[in-house]
Design a binder for this molecule. Structure first.
Ligand SMILES: Nc1nc2c(ncn2[C@@H]2O[C@H](COP(=O)(O)OP(=O)(O)OP(=O)(O)O)[C@@H](O)[C@H]2O)c(=O)[nH]1
Ligand SMILES: [Mg+2]
Length: 245
């Protein structure tokens, strides 16, 4: 059973000085698929914080959603690039007392086999979504930790900044390289790309970075009511963490 957070600490929120191997957060309380969209008429009404997964095709966006939320196959994944072709919306409640949030899995860009028409349709779909008047969004720009940032990630970072959408860089598939090579890669990303905080290394295979991701998303959510009852429910009604580190 995961250890209860300290008073005032929200589930999944790491306290300063807490070790990287501290108690693991349980899966999200609720996570369900809402809708696949290709145009604004299909977008669901904004509902709470909206976390947007963005990045090159095959970089691990859908896999990160599943690992972060502790679901096996909520978002469809594939070894073949171009799996996610629509904007997929999910509704998530992280833990008791948390407001609902929305997670958006965007189709990847840079899919080498994509014909020009498909690239244009990606730009149109994603452009319609990013410029829609939806408040309270957080962009996660994902890229494979083994790749140097390319023009696409730099353009995306600037585009989000111009739209006032805060964003965080997440370096995926961290299990593919050693910790020392990770440090070098993260330093390069920090230098080349903007973002809210230092780039985060994440691995869906090992669970590395999951706690940090949970903390950074939860820090942007409406805090739960600070009643003692809510606090005890938040820790006791959750299943045991089943995510091996
Ligand atoms: N080793 C390792 N493989 C990963 C990790 N994350 C994703 N993968 C693999 O990378 C491939 C692509 O993952 P997806 O999550 O489908 O990638 P995506 O970014 O959603 O791709 P599109 O939907 O095509 O844009 C799959 O074979 C995953 O198993 C990771 O952290 N470690
Ligand atoms: Mg995908």
């Amino acid at each position: 059973m995961a250890k209860s957070p300290s008073p005032g600490q929200r589930p999944g929120e790491r306290q300063a000085g807490q070790s990287q191997t501290g108690p693991l957060s349980p899966p999200a309380l609720e996570a369900k698929f809402l809708v696949s969209a290709t145009e604004p008429a299909h977008f669901p009404e904004p509902n709470g914080l909206e976390v947007i997964m963005m990045g090159r095709s095959n970089c691990g966006k859908s896999t990160l959603i599943n690992r972060w939320l502790g679901r096996k196959s909520l978002a469809k994944t594939s070894a073949t690039p171009g799996r996610t072709r629509l904007l997929n919306f999910f509704s998530v409640v992280w833990a008791p007392g948390f407001a609902p949030m929305t997670v958006v899995d965007l189709p990847g860009y840079g899919y080498a086999a994509a014909p020009k028409a498909m690239v244009r349709s990606w730009e149109a779909m994603v452009g319609d979504y990013l410029t829609a008047p939806r408040p309270n969004r957080l962009g996660l720009i994902l890229l494979d930790i083994r790749r140097a940032p390319a023009r696409e990630e730099k353009d995306l970072s600037r585009w989000l900044a111009s739209l006032d959408i805060p964003h965080q860089i997440v370096a995926t598939k961290a299990d593919k390289i050693s910790r020392s090579r990770q440090s070098v890669a993260l330093a390069l990303l920090a230098k080349e790309l903007g973002g809210l905080g230092p780039p985060l290394a994440f691995s869906a295979t090992s669970g590395q970075g999951r706690e940090e991701l949970i903390a950074l998303v939860n820090a942007r959510q409406t805090p739960p009511e600070p009643t003692p009852d809510t606090d005890s429910e938040a820790t006791e009604s959750q299943p045991d963490a089943d995510q091996p580190k």
